[in-house]
Design a protein around this ligand. Structure first.
Ligand code: C5P
Length: 276
């Protein structure tokens, strides 16, 4: 059998409202997420035994990797043996608020369902994916969506709009549990723009900027600087960070050059498009 290649697209949160802390420790959310053109690549081949490799050697390749957890969960649920070789080519940075690991997990479930011809159906795959993480179900749908609950209750939306973006991520990442834990008692920093940015298609706003900017002040400065650039219609942190994205009036290479001149060579940057 030839290898099956699947892109695992990342996401951004165009809006993220934290509605409160729940008795189970999670936070109740309402978030508009959109898939973006930046994607990891999964290569899956049938083999004699299970083998998993990853292009990023800093990532675990054991049960701590969401791809391995997705394989185990799928095989437990369907009674299939994991006779597979999987290689993950990482393009999406981790600790970035771009859902890279979650997308890898969802894409693994979708690919295995196809490969083993188990035809589990979307509902079963969504239920299975919710066991792997709050934003994994979103990636089963391949669509922009409003996600509620802890993120696992997905309502797809399609406005037929493409938004050109520049993603920017410093060398550090932000741990998601930490960001949520700090949310309730966080404060706004002076002279930092948190105000919702209103567009015809919706609103850019992220309640997790408040706790994250308090500790990672560079992200607040980056957002403020981006908002002052003529190419930018908006700027926001995605998820729990540390990626900040600029919403562009039109694709631009000049902005990236100016970012380099202003902030130095260590920022990771990627132009991409979000599908809303
Ligand atoms: O579900 P996931 O494993 O992605 O969540 C990671 C952590 O982020 C959770 O253990 C929890 O601390 C926090 N979280 C939260 N509320 C959410 C989603 C995540 O508090 N809606």
């Amino acid at each position: 059998m030839p290898p099956v290649n699947r892109p695992a697209p990342a996401k951004i949160n165009l809006s993220l409202k934290v509605l409160g802390k729940r008795p189970d420790g999670f936070h109740e959310l309402e978030t508009l997420m959109a898939p973006i053109s930046l994607a990891d690549e999964l290569e899956i081949t049938k083999a004699d035994q299970f083998e998993f490799t990853c292009s990023d050697t800093t990532l675990p390749v054991d049960e701590n990797n969401l791809v391995v957890r997705a394989v185990r969960l799928f095989c437990r649920a369907t009674g299939r043996a994991p006779k597979l070789r999987i290689h993950l080519n990482k393009k999406v940075p981790h600790g970035a608020g771009l859902g890279g690991g979650s997308s890898d997990a969802a894409t693994t479930l979708l690919a295995l369902d196809e490969l083993f011809e188990t035809r589990l159906g979307q509902q079963a795959l969504v239920a299975m994916s919710a066991e792997l993480g709050s934003d994994v179900p979103f990636f089963i749908y391949h669509s922009a969506a409003i996600c509620r609950g802890r993120g696992e209750l997905v309502t797809p939306v399609s406005l037929g709009i493409s938004l050109p973006l520049l993603l920017l991520k410093p060398e550090f990442g932000v741990p998601t549990p930490w960001a949520y834990q700090k949310w309730a008692n966080s404060r706004e920093l002076p002279d930092v723009p948190y105000t919702p940015q209103v567009f015809p298609w919706g609103t850019l706003v992220n309640d997790l900027e408040r706790p994250v900017f308090e500790k990672y002040i560079f992200l607040a400065l980056l957002k403020r600087w981006l908002l002052a650039q003529p190419e930018c219609g908006g700027a926001l942190m995605s998820g729990s960070g540390s990626t900040v994205f600029a919403l562009l009036h039109a694709p631009s290479t000049e902005l990236a050059e100016r970012v380099r001149a202003e902030f130095g060579p260590n920022l990771w940057m990627a132009p991409c498009v979000a599908q809303l």
